[in-house]
Design a protein. Structure first.
Lengths: 466, 324
């Protein structure tokens, strides 16, 4: 049998402690005033609005509107996103639920702003977008458009992004604009005038210019193509969405809204962090008292598991995007402290049994580990199934798990709050790290630490005291 | 004979355990019928606005003032945090209200109760149709997870009669769903999305427990299957796993219990309504796996064995007749 070296214990333990330290404190470099983040710490974790305070709104078509297209919902989504950015709110989350015609928006309280009026902010976001086509791009002293009005959103049928070949045979993204019959005549006249003058027709949304194309043709049939100047297809699609949002055949209304005060959330954060620390200490004390040496190993593994969960939330590993942590999400991490010791409990119990029937320490560890593997595996899979369903049901409709479960859940609206989604996620990563730490790392550490002579007493593994 | 000594007779005492579970179900059901259960706004729609305030406010006066002012039916509740004595005014409406109306509420309150520093801290408003659909979605999610879990158990334990093991696990799961539900009813917590999170977590957790015991049964059947009866094997296996089931549940209970206690002290209802039922669910999950699942499975196996034996007798009997 290949023996595990004595040094392995220290290597694994040090790695875990290093991971624990860096996930909590992060690794930053300083160049004068500039701070570079090499590894994100706990303070970089994006907290949910139930902690930070903020707004949670669902928008949808007003009244009972049928035949809402995906194009129109994307329009709603993009105009809301544009208004958020216009209000200097950049850390928002926005999802469009296509099957239920909803747009869900979540954004935190603006930091440092004490008289932020969330009700007004929501009202502003849900306003019907004002789309205007104007001659030229001049503005008055207030930045409002001054050019002659050609069309408004009511006369626009749709805008779509497409690929088209230009005169040189290159394929480029364009926006194809279709007007309703009511708009054709005005557009005809305006394009004739601007074509002759080599001028532009500008497009305005909520008094902000979103495009200012030069008129290259006299358009009589109400179908125009806006080309050139798009860096990629996405840019063209974004313009198309904005135009569509100003041409919606329905008004938008607030279907649900939640506003959470930041003061309340701050208190909750403190309480949850305290709860986490206390829970960790209680479980650690129990494990060491009850299982002795394997219990001690389990506590180190538990440090690794919690660090891993934090890392998966903060975006510590560059390949795992950061995740919004909510109060239930924190409860999930705390719960997985308690549930996470299960792997160590099962293994330690097995080792104890083997020691008590008279096996040597090495063979007891070997046998205890191999006998318990499948029980731990099966047990973890069940919690994982549950975590996946939770993420699918409560996550954003475009998320991975929601997409997989879509055939079954498509008739139901998306969750209006993100709180439980975060719980599903922390439960999920808790299990993954539980497997890595509670099984692999624990075994390596236990086998290696058992090589030290002074630790080779059956009592330390749960045997009777000699 | 004791639980921790490893020689407890689970099968022999099964009637007691079944009786305990049935008693809990009956009590829960009675409380449910008498007190009813409330759905939270996220499931039934409506509006809940929370305001912080200082000094004293009279619940009924606020209620009649607001009803007179806005012409809507409101119900008012006042809660207080045990830790810092901060007070919260909760206002419920059965309908969802617009942003303008929310503003009106705040203005009415701040102008009427100038000395109480009324401040809006939390709004939650949802249209009833959306709430209902979302509630349905959650029920579907619970059913879906149960199905996935039973299929998984049946697949993994096909050697010891997978489907019977799966179905017995399902009975234990239903047991846990009901207990978690009754926990919400008895603690008077309105059902919300926390309910789904609790139920699903308990399902996963309880099944994890059940699987460890099944795993032992599978192993012991291989080792002792020829010399021991099915009841004895389940007894031995459950005894061997008991300390583990207990300790793991104890640790999970410690963790979530810490959260529940702190949340109660600081009046964080969104966490209390999650942690408190979860504590109950963890106990139920452990109980159902240890005391219900195994014994029930033995009952089923014995019943089947008897039926098979009866069939054998019959076929033997008919053969005899044929000979005569």
């Amino acid at each position: 049998m290949k023996r595990t070296r004595k040094s392995v214990f220290f290597i694994v333990a040090l790695l875990i402690l290093a991971l624990g330290y860096t996930t909590i404190f992060g690794v930053y470099g300083y160049y004068g005033d500039r701070r570079d983040t090499y590894f994100k710490g706990a303070s970089d974790i994006r907290l949910g609005i139930d902690i930070k305070g903020g707004v949670d709104v669902t928008f949808g078509p007003k009244g009972d509107v049928k035949n809402v297209t995906e194009l129109q919902m994307n329009g709603v989504k993009d105009v809301i996103a544009q208004r958020l950015v216009g209000n200097n709110i950049t850390d928002y989350e926005i999802y469009a639920d296509m099957s239920n015609h909803q747009v869900i928006v979540r954004f935190p309280w603006k930091s440092g702003e004490s008289n932020f009026d969330p009700n007004k902010a929501i009202e502003e976001l849900g306003k019907t977008a004002q789309l205007e086509f104007r001659i030229g791009s001049e503005t008055d002293e207030n930045g409002k458009p001054k050019g002659e009005l050609v069309l408004t959103g009511d006369e626009v049928d749709s805008a779509t992004a497409q690929y088209q070949q230009d005169d040189n045979g290159n394929v480029e993204p364009v926006v194809v604009l279709k007007l309703k019959n009511e708009g054709k005549k005005a557009f005809d006249e305006a394009t004739k005038k601007q074509y002759d003058a080599k001028g532009t027709i500008s497009i305005w949304l909520d008094d902000k210019m979103i495009s200012n194309p030069t008129v290259n043709a006299h358009i009589t049939d109400g179908v125009a193509t806006i080309s050139g100047g798009f860096a990629d297809y996405k840019e063209a699609a974004s313009l198309a969405n904005l135009i569509n949002s100003g041409a919606l055949p329905f008004a938008i209304e607030v279907k649900s809204n939640g506003v959470i005060d930041p003061v309340l959330g701050e208190k909750s954060l403190e309480v949850m962090v305290t709860a986490g620390i206390i829970a960790f200490c209680l479980v650690s004390i129990f494990m060491i008292l009850y299982y002795r040496l394997p219990g001690f190993v389990a506590v180190i593994a538990l440090v690794g598991q919690v660090a891993g969960s934090l890392a998966a939330v903060s975006g510590f590993f560059s390949f795992v995007p950061s995740f919004t942590l909510t109060l239930p999400g924190m409860a999930g991490i705390i719960l997985s402290i308690g549930m996470g010791v299960d792997a160590n409990v099962i293994t330690s119990e097995r080792i104890k049994e083997e020691i008590r029937v008279g096996r040597t320490i090495d063979s007891a560890i070997e046998k205890g580990s191999s006998n318990s593997f499948w029980a731990i595996f099966d047990g973890n899979i069940t919690v994982m199934i549950v975590a996946i369903v939770l993420m699918g049901v409560f996550g954003p409709p475009s998320g991975l798990w929601a997409t997989i479960l879509k055939p079954i859940l498509r008739w139901f609206p998306a969750s209006t709050t993100g709180a439980i989604y975060s719980f599903g996620y922390t439960l999920f990563v808790g299990i993954i790290f539980n497997f890595l730490m509670g099984v692999t790392a624990s075994r390596l550490m236990l086998k290696s630490i058992a090589r030290f002579k002074f630790l080779r007493k059956p009592w330390l593994y749960g045997g009777e005291r000699a | 004979m004791s639980l921790f000594k490893g020689n407890f007779d689970y099968i022999g005492k099964r009637k007691i355990f079944f009786a305990i579970s049935i008693a809990i179900m009956v009590i829960g059901l009675l409380v449910n019928i008498i007190l009813g259960v409330e759905l939270d706004i996220s499931f039934k729609g409506g509006t809940l606005i929370k305001y912080s305030f200082t000094g004293d406010l009279d619940r009924e006066k606020v209620e009649s003032f607001l009803e007179g002012k806005t012409g809507k039916t409101v119900s008012v509740q006042i809660t207080e945090s045990a830790a810092d004595k901060s007070k919260v005014l909760n206002i419920y409406l059965a309908e969802s209200i617009s942003m303008n109306e929310q503003e009106e509420f705040l203005e009415a309150l701040t102008s009427e109760y100038k000395d109480n520093k009324v401040q809006q801290i939390n709004v939650n408003s949802l249209s009833p149709t959306m709430g209902k659909l979302f509630f349905l979605k959650c029920l579907v999610a619970i059913a879906l997870s149960s199905i996935f879990l039973v299929i998984y158990v049946a697949f993994r334990f096909r050697r010891i009669g997978g489907w019977s093991a799966g179905v017995m696990a399902l009975v234990a799961l239903l047991h846990d769903i009901l207990v978690a539900y009754f926990a919400f009813v008895i603690f008077r917590i309105p059902l919300n999305d926390n309910f789904v999170a609790v139920v699903l977590t308990i399902l996963g957790f309880s099944l994890n427990d059940t699987i460890v015991i099944y795993d032992r049964i599978r192993e012991n059947q291989r080792l002792l299957g020829k010399e021991k009866s099915i009841g004895e094997i389940v007894n031995i296996s459950t005894n061997q796993s008991f300390t583990r089931s207990f300790n793991t549940s104890f640790c999970a209970f410690l963790s979530i219990g810490t959260v529940a206690v702190l949340a109660l002290i600081y009046n964080l209802d969104s966490i209390t309504s999650f942690a408190l039922p979860m504590m109950v669910g963890i106990i139920s999950g452990c109980y159902s796996s240890v005391f219900i699942c195994g014994p029930l499975w033995v009952l089923w196996k014995e019943y089947k064995a008897k039926k098979d034996a009866a069939k054998d007798d019959k076929s033997k009997g008919s053969k005899k007749k044929a000979k005569a």
